[in-house]
Design a protein around this ligand. Structure first.
Ligand code: F6P
Length: 346
């Protein structure tokens, strides 16, 4: 078989481990495998790629990359073949023109929606779930999330000591546009006093009450806020460019104005997407990459690999993209936060 692998959307730790696993698995079956440059962009804007869209891959090209962050293939979240018009028919034609017979698509919900559309044109696709946000349905977890939570927790730990020394409120913003998984899990692990997630629009009064209570007997507080968290009756904070951003700064201004507490913000942003993948993320990535090749070998044509401990399973791409996996308000982590007295802003 002649197949290709593509990494799409925002990068996440573990992409290179997936690539290595898929390449070694495919080569082991006697297949030929290439990588698509820069997500779908190389097929959409071929004039920018005079060297062609494909990077031939073999054992040598994937040596020593399991622990590297980023993706050796490049990625983009700026070129979407479904918008403004659906050009997936053209993409499939391009793939066939390169004699490709199947595609492994590594990405989040956007990539899986594209994968599902490509499969509808009769081109075999297997999806591999990636995103630090962990908001993809159908899999217990996406790779990249564990590394992001681990790093965010380490940062919260460091901020704890300086917040304590200065008797300050530290507001830490983490990624999470629509889903608050990173904020919730790192906030719990880092023992934050307040955790604000997009799923629970927050009441400023509740946050202030918690901070005042902390001030009276501890003198410092840690707040973890997801970038998509917002006050009740208000919308997400946006930068001038229109991109999401400023959630922590907005809260810092509101806290300072209302209480005069010494309050500072730290935005972890893209730091959460970089760096070496945790051992757990490497394992997920290696397992997903190998499972995706096995899926093609078994004749699967429009499925996504998913983690279903202790195994991986496959589910139709359509099913995987039906809903976004946001934090259920009755999930165990939310209940744990409430039992511990953490303010969730409601
Ligand atoms: O990978 C998803 C995500 O991390 C979101 O949480 C975030 O809003 C987005 O990527 C930002 O991506 P970029 O700045 O690369 O456009």
């Amino acid at each position: 078989m002649k197949i290709a692998i593509v990494t799409g959307g925002g990068d996440a730790p573990g992409l290179n481990a997936v690539i290595r696993s898929a390449v070694l698995s495919a080569v082991g079956l006697g297949w030929t495998i290439s990588g698509l440059r820069d997500g779908m962009r190389s097929l959409m804007v071929p004039q920018d790629y005079p060297e062609g869209p494909l990077i031939p891959l073999n054992q040598d090209s994937v040596r020593g990359i399991t622990f590297l962050g980023g993706t050796i293939l490049g990625t983009t979240n700026q070129a979407n073949p479904l918008e403004p018009v659906d050009c997936t028919a053209q993409i499939v034609e391009n793939l066939r023109a390169h004699q490709l017979e199947a595609l492994l698509m590594v990405g989040g919900d956007g990539t899986m929606a594209i994968a599902s559309r490509i499969a509808k044109h009769g081109f075999p696709v297997v999806g591999i779930p990636k995103t630090i946000d962990n908001d993809l349905d159908g899999t217990v977890v996406t790779f990249g999330f564990d590394t992001a939570v681990e790093f965010a927790t380490q940062c919260i730990d460091r901020l704890h000591s300086t917040a304590q020394s200065h008797g300050r409120v530290m507001v830490v913003e983490v990624m999470g546009r629509y889903a608050g998984w990173i904020a919730l899990e790192s906030g719990l692990a880092g023992t934050a006093d307040v955790i604000l997630i997009p799923e629970i629009p927050y009441k400023l009064e509740s946050v202030l009450a918690k901070l005042q209570e902390r001030r009276s007997h501890r003198g410092f507080s840690l707040v973890v806020i997801a970038e998509g968290a917002h006050p009740i009756n208000e919308s997400y904070s946006k930068e001038k460019s229109g991109r999401l951003g400023g959630a922590a700064q907005r809260l810092v201004s509101a806290i300072s104005e209302a209480t005069g507490l010494d309050t500072r913000s730290v935005v972890l942003g893209h730091l959460l997407r970089g760096g070496t993948p945790s051992a757990r993320d490497r394992l997920y990535s290696l397992r997903f990459g190998a499972a995706a090749v096995r899926a093609l070998a078994e004749g699967r044509r429009a499925d996504m690999v998913a983690l279903d401990p202790p195994n991986v399973r496959y589910l139709p791409l359509e099913e995987a993209t039906r809903h976004m996996k946001t934090v259920p308000l009755d999930c165990d982590s939310v209940l744990t936060a409430r039992s511990l007295g953490t303010c969730l802003g409601d």
